[in-house]
Design a protein around this ligand. Structure first.
Ligand code: AMP
Length: 225
């Protein structure tokens, strides 16, 4: 661990459950949750260059350029709520971002402590991504078949309106998976070589996968003191 603060990266393909699990674990461990996709979507209501650029790439299922993404994340982690540590969800997504994160943390005497890699088969990813609904207010995800809300179109947690992401269409989903396998999957090796990777089986219920993640993180932190 980096002093009193903990930095954990959640890695996995789109649809692996990163967002759901990162939010749960962040709450349980009392860490800030930084989801770059949520930050980009949140920026859409603003008339800024960042919002325009992000929209352009997100709609195509491609990565937003590194300079924009890295700067946004570095600004975000310097906020006071990140002092106790952070769970990164959807960042880094390529080698350049991983190196930029390492460098920024090292500059403050900190480091990425652990990387939770949620492993899910490609067939299951496609199934999950088509049928996904998300709360506009609190971002809780639902699935038409696997985890439907109690009331259609309404969030169980906050009553917010559920919507389907514009980039959850079949074409864009395929592109996002392709980008994951060509650019992001190499980070599995990057972190494994540094002894940071924790591989967790991502199939099963949200609770089952959540318990697996928390258990393996606790074991790791107990081992490293
Ligand atoms: P997500 O919500 O994590 O699935 O991200 C949705 C979209 O936001 C991605 O398809 C990218 O266009 C963009 N995005 C999110 N995180 C990053 C990142 N770390 N680097 C570049 N683009 C990103």
């Amino acid at each position: 661990m980096s002093g009193d603060s903990v930095y954990i990266v959640f890695l996995g393909a789109p649809g692996a459950g990163k967002g759901t699990q990162a939010a749960r674990v962040a709450e349980e461990l009392n860490l800030a949750h930084i989801a770059t996709g949520d930050l980009f979507r949140g920026a859409q209501s603003l008339d800024t260059e960042l919002a325009r650029q992000a929209k352009y790439y997100m709609e195509k299922g491609e990565l937003v350029p590194d300079e924009i993404t890295i700067q946004m994340v570095l600004e975000r982690i310097s906020a006071p709520d990140c002092e106790g540590g952070v769970i990164f969800d959807g960042f880094p997504r390529n080698l350049k971002q991983a190196e930029a994160l390492d460098e920024a943390l090292e500059g403050q005497g900190k480091t990425v402590d652990k990387v939770v890699y949620i492993k899910v088969s490609e067939e299951e990813l496609l199934k999950r991504l088509s049928g996904r609904w998300i709360c506009r207010n609190c971002q809780t995800p639902y699935h038409e078949v696997n985890s439907p809300p109690e009331v259609r179109g309404r969030c169980d947690r906050c009553g917010g309106e559920l919507y389907q992401r514009a980039d959850d269409t079949v074409e864009t989903v395929k592109k996002r998976l392709q980008v994951y396998f060509s650019e992001t999957a190499s980070l599995i090796e990057y972190y494994a070589l540094r002894g940071k990777l924790l591989e967790v089986e991502g199939e099963g219920s949200v609770d089952e996968v959540g318990s697996r993640i928390v258990e393996s993180l606790k074991e790791e932190f107990a081992r490293s003191g």
